[in-house]
Design a protein around this ligand. Sequence first.
Ligand code: DAH
Length: 332
Amino acid sequence: MINAQDIHDGINIINQTQTEADLESARLHWLGKKGLLTNAFKALGALDKDERVEKAKSLNEFKEKIQAALVQSKLRISQILLNEKLNQQLDMTLPARDAIKGNTHPISQVINQLHRFFELRGFTSYSAEHNFDVEEESNNFSLLNIPENHPARSMQDTFFIGSQLLRTHVSASQPRILKQLNPPIKAVVFGRVYRSDQPDVTHVPVFHQMECLYIDKKCHFGHLKDTIDAFIRYLFGHSMKTRYRSSYFPFTEPSVEIDVWMPEEKQWLEILGAGMVHPNVIKNCGHDPDSFRGFAFGVGIERLAMLYFGLKDVRQLYGADVELLSGCDLWQ
Ligand code: DAH
């Protein structure tokens, strides 16, 4: 029969186990199907009642002691394993993991550059946001000399929100600024614009524009040309060739479109629309068109970013491809 000394020795062995496997074989040795205590309990049936009661009592005590020792050793061994793991993690000789480097988004980089250039030239920067991106129909169209039923309104398929709309161009800020400020006015405005276009390599339904507005007593086409050429050179260097093509916008007269030459593709790429502010716009916004003249232009930020970073598809700017976007860091 098992005696107290056996249990004492057994507990000593359990206390010295170092691995989960050793602990498990100690458990089986005492409590497994053919374990010493299990067999001793089975043997109780052959004893007479008094002896059985007495032996059962001490066997139960033995069992409790063994079980307590097993539980304690389990904790002790898991602490050993944890320490081993922690020691491994704290190995100061391991090389550091490569950190993923983030970047200012290419669109923000272009906006930052434009800010820098125009502020150096004495322009004040504004955000197009007024009521988030919701704009009055009058600012977006009528005050800009785009009357109802004018074909330009269908040219820019518009998202209407009741009588208001999501601005279709940042030119909508021209009336806001003209109604608030007295000339001379030198402003650049940045904002998101919305058009109901199907996304493809050159179109996304929400994109960014910068609008430039200059109003003064003496302002002529030379000022427009100087400003546009200078900002294109500031962004792209002196070798960038530009071409002015006559065009039509209801809010400018005369109107032009400006292309840049892409040497690799051997073709012109249209990057912005511009013109002398139409006298009707100046009048609609409360100023005397005989006293003031001005120029304005609007440029798509995505277009500039694609050109600068050599991207072929505008959707790449919105793909959250960290590797591609981290490569676009020439202006950091
Ligand atoms: N608002 C025009 C567009 O989104 C761009 C534009 C053209 C702006 C001529 C101007 C301008 O200020 O003079 O297509």
